[in-house]
Each structure stands twice: as C-alpha cells, then as structure tokens.
Write a protein that binds this ligand. Structure first.
Ligand SMILES: Cc1cc2nc3c(=O)[nH]c(=O)nc-3n(C[C@H](O)[C@H](O)[C@H](O)COP(=O)(O)O)c2cc1C
Length: 380
C-alpha cells in the first residue's frame, strides 16, 4: 500500500509514466512504440478528440461508492478496460508479454495476445487468466490458419480478434528515421542507442533478443518465396468477406473484428455473425487520413446493437467515461500499458490500473454515475 501511495506522489498520471518510459527506452524502441504513420495527424487527433468531449456534471446526488463493474460478451467484468494487442511487446520491455498477461490475470482484465508477439499462445495462455484473447493477423496458408486457431484454443484463448485495418504495410516514417529495419537488425547505430539505456539492455542481455516466436514456428512455409521475404510475409494479406465467414465458422467462441471505422460495413459484419466490433484505427499507425476513433463511435453505435469496443488515444479514466457515455461497451489501450511497464517494470502495470480506477471513481462522483453500466443504456 505504502509503495503504491509513493508511486501516486511521483507518477499521478499516465503522462508521468510516459515521460519516464521515454528516458528508459533506446530511441528505436521508443519510436516503434510511440509513433504513428505519415505526419501523425491521426495519432494525435485520437487523443485530442477524446480530450475535447465535455461530460455533464451532476449536483446534489448524495454520497455513493462507485461500481466499476460492466457486462461484456456475457461476462461481468470487474473493470471497463483491457489490454490491446501489440506486436513484439517483448522488444519494448524484456518479457513484456508475460508481465502483461500476469497483470491481466491479477486484475481481471482481458489481455489480447498478438499473432506477432514475442511469445507463443502456449506460454501466455496459462498466465492470462479468464480473459485470454487471441488476435489474428490473417495467414495466407489455410493449414497455417487452422493450426494457429487450434493452438490458440488449446492454450486457453476463448476469444478471437481478427484485425482488418492492415490491408497493406504502412510507412511509419518516424521508425525509419530511428534506424529500425524490418525485420529488426542490431546495427551499430541501434547498438549505440542501446548502450545509453542500461536497464533495457540488461533485461535483453539476460533473455536474448526477442523474436516473433509463433510465426517462427511456420518458417518452413517461406520456402519458395522470394529471397527478401521473411516469415512476416506469411501474414501479409488483406482478408475478404469469405475469409471472415470461414473464420466465424471455424471459431466456436466470441469473435471480434478489430479496426472498424465506418458504419457502412456494419450490416455485413452483423450478417457474418460477428459477436462484437472493435472500433480502432490502429492508433494512427496505418492510415493518416482516418478520422479519430471516438468521432466514429456515435455513428457506429447508431448502426448496431452489437457490443462495441474502442481504442485509440485513451489517456485515463476520464476518457474511458467519455467512450462509455457515447455508447462504447468497453475500452482497450495499447501504448499506455507499455509506457507503464517501461517506466516502472511490472509494478507499473498495477500502478496504472490503480490510476485508472481512482480516476474513474473520482469522475463518476462528479457525474453522479453510481454504476458504470448505467452510464448510457442499453448495454451488454
Ligand atoms: C507498438 C505497437 C504494436 C501494435 N501491434 C499490433 C498488433 O500486433 N495487432 C493489432 O491488432 N494491433 C496492434 N497495434 C494497435 C493497438 O492494438 C491499438 O489498436 C492502438 O495502438 C491504439 O491504442 P492506443 O492509442 O491505446 O495505443 C499495435 C500498436 C502499437 C503501438
């Protein structure tokens, strides 16, 4: 308790964790985590649009204890937020996937493991608790596709998330400027950046350089591909509606589509039997002309009764309330968890959960919202 109080004195907000993370990460890692694509208009607009949404204060509503629980996909979640997928989390901080999965289990949060994580579903599934979600980048090869689903299921992942907003690779100019290559290679320039960040370097020296472990298992399938192609090429495809249908039929648990921004696609997604939509523009990392996610939210809410998740630029409890007020059922975050982990190690994750909890309860007090689930009916 004392430790957490001390952390609140030094790092009361996400911005404090972000500032410390920046000091502890090699430049190319920071640029990988923090950047968007193009001029980063979309990345900044996500955040700015959240910040500009007013919420109604309430008066004379008496005292109450805020209830933060909320229903999602037939379950009662203790908190209204979770961890979005991040490829190569283990490059951002040593052993990040394990730390994130354990923190998710401790606090009852969903943890979404990326196809291109630095750990396999077999390692992470048993650590992640009740809500282990597996995020799929669609493999080209049908056998690889079926095998990945089988492995995720067997490892305890009950929910499948298909990401659809990466139809082609994006350019990510900031990453390029930092010297990061695809796949990452430790050039002298990157080694010089590493030498300036001892905590990160010591962790990596102990664990070895992270790799996309699940994809590596299919490296044999790259035989016959052009010589410049690496295992990531196996996933570089833009799925279509038939692919979606195949996945829906192949997966017998909750199925979420991530990267929905336009209401015009909603009727077809509903007809395909998707269980929830995840409003996301990939944190502004793919298409710099896309609108902010929280701006798309009311339009998509008007188009469907399906549960809606949203990510992109949420900075704290107040942004979570803004999203729920506009009709979202649940809020996901990606970068913030990695700022917290890089700033303070695993205890940074607990601290960030605590920040969000306090921020939610305080602002619910201002709004007179006793139960989060009542903020805008109906939901579930
Ligand atoms: C470093 C990094 C890697 C990411 N990798 C993935 C990924 O592998 N799969 C995926 O669906 N989304 C990926 N995303 C997108 C996030 O899941 C999320 O949609 C986005 O970052 C917006 O949330 P945020 O503003 O809270 O970071 C990645 C984001 C970042 C920052």
């Amino acid at each position: 308790m004392k430790i957490l109080m001390d952390l609140h004195a030094s790092y009361p907000a996400l911005s404090d964790l972000r500032a410390r993370a920046r000091k502890r990460l090699p430049r190319f890692v920071w640029e990988y985590l923090d950047s968007g694509t193009g001029a980063e208009r979309a990345r900044h607009a996500n955040e700015a649009t959240f910040a500009a949404i007013p919420l109604p204060p309430s008066i004379l509503h008496g005292e109450f204890q805020a209830d933060l629980t909320i229903p999602l996909l037939g379950r009662d979640m203790p908190l209204p937020f979770g961890i979005a997928p991040v490829g190569m989390s283990g490059l951002i901080w040593p052993d990040a996937e394990r730390h994130l999965a354990r923190a998710a289990a401790r606090h009852g949060l969903p943890y979404t493991l990326s196809t291109v994580a630095a750990q396999t579903p077999e390692t992470i599934g048993p650590l992640a608790g009740e809500d282990a979600w597996f995020q799929l980048y669609p493999p080209r090869d049908p056998e690889m596709r079926a095998d990945m689903l089988r492995r995720a299921k067997a490892a305890g992942f009950k929910t499948l998330v298909l990401t659809v907003d990466v139809p082609v690779a994006s350019r990510r100019e900031r990453q390029v400027r930092s010297g990061l290559t695809q796949p990452p290679r430790l050039t002298p320039r990157l080694l010089a950046q590493v030498a300036m960040r001892p905590a990160w370097a010591a962790g990596m020296a102990q664990l070895g350089m992270p790799r996309m472990r699940m994809i590596d298992d299919y490296a044999g399938l790259t035989k016959g591909l052009p010589s410049h192609a690496h295992a990531g090429y196996l996933l570089r495809t833009s799925p279509d509606w038939d692919y979606l249908k195949w996945l829906r039929d192949a997966w017998d648990g909750p199925f979420i589509v991530k990267g929905v921004m336009e209401p015009s696609f909603v009727p077809r997604l509903e007809a395909a039997g998707v269980d929830a939509l995840w409003i996301s523009n990939h944190g502004g990392r793919q298409f710099d002309a896309v609108r902010p996610t929280v701006e798309a939210l009311p339009d998509i809410r008007a188009a469907t009764a399906l549960p809606l998740l949203i990510d992109g630029g949420a900075q704290g409890g107040l942004d979570i309330l803004r999203a729920l007020h506009l009709g979202a059922n649940f809020v996901m975050m990606a970068r913030p968890w990695h700022y917290a982990l890089a700033a303070l190690g695993p205890k940074g994750l607990d601290h960030f959960v605590d920040i969000l909890r306090l921020d939610l309860a305080s602002n619910m007090g201002q709004m007179g919202v006793k139960r989060l689930r009542d903020i805008t009916p109906p939901r579930g």
